[in-house]
Ligand binder design. Structure first.
Ligand code: HEC
Length: 227
């Protein structure tokens, strides 16, 4: 008799504990700080912030990591200055040049043509007019100038600053210089670099800069991967 009474009490106790549980409400948390951070949650809503949102715009003048500010203005003077003094920081290597050729085929050849003579498919179909040949003597196209027009575009030509990164734009600019040289029957960048190799001081400084950029780029890539 006493035994069955005990069993009944135990059953009632167990049942009443379980029956009060409501799936729709959060359960008891014994140590909430273990689960909920004391600091603000990213993208959380808090009264203390403007619009109650924790996420903020970066402070004015912030620069994304790995982004190098571009100091030339989007004007004719800016373009001429870039043509005159902006220098390619990368090494003249087969890798850089073939990378540049591949990117050029993707982004530029539709207008400028595979040879850089301004006879791309869109020029043939007369979708865009006034596409110059890179060998156009009136334009004195340089590596710095080619980088500049990729940053800002030029009239009918759009900007490529959001499709390509700094390194890619320089690689494309190298290929453009090779196309120009071929159109003019001059030596390619690799050939010229080979001839210059004897000048050792020159090579050393350019290698250092090139390496710095490569490591920066590598850091960016790994950062993007973790995001
Ligand atoms: C939609 C067609 C189009 C595409 C795509 C295009 N361009 Fe152009 N590009 C033009 C036109 C048009 C001009 C002439 C602009 C002017 O002077 O008004 C030009 C001019 C240029 C010039 C000469 C600038 C100077 O100093 O006068 C260079 C260099 C150049 N483009 C490089 C590129 C590169 C590199 C790419 C690919 C990243 C590219 N373009 C993609 C249409 C295009």
């Amino acid at each position: 008799m006493k035994k069955s009474l005990n069993i009944t009490i135990a059953l009632v106790a167990a049942f009443s504990l379980v029956s009060c549980f409501n799936d729709n409400k959060p359960n008891y948390q014994f140590m909430p700080n273990m689960y909920e951070p004391v600091g603000y949650e990213t993208y959380g809503e808090y009264d203390i912030f403007e619009n109650e949102q924790e996420a903020k715009l970066p402070a004015e003048g912030s620069i994304p990591r790995g982004w190098t500010p571009y100091e030339y203005d989007n004007t004719t003077e800016g373009l001429n200055l870039a043509k005159a003094e902006l220098k390619n920081p990368l090494d003249i290597t087969e890798d850089n040049i073939s990378e540049g050729e591949a990117l050029y085929t993707i982004y530029c050849a539709v207008c400028h043509g595979d040879k850089g003579d301004g006879q791309g498919i869109l020029a043939e179909r007369e979708k865009f007019l006034g596409i110059p040949s890179y060998a156009d003597p009136g334009r004195t196209i340089t590596m710095g100038g080619t980088y500049h027009v990729q940053m800002y575009g030029l009239n009918a030509m759009g900007s490529y600053a959001s499709q390509t990164n700094e390194k890619e734009r320089w690689q494309i600019a190298m290929h453009v210089m090779d196309l120009k040289a071929a159109l003019n029957g001059e030596a390619s960048l690799l050939e010229t670099a080979g001839a210059k190799a004897a000048d050792s001081t020159n090579m050393e400084s350019s290698t250092e800069e090139g390496d710095k950029m490569n490591t920066e780029d590598a850091a960016n890539t790994s950062e993007n991967e973790t995001n």
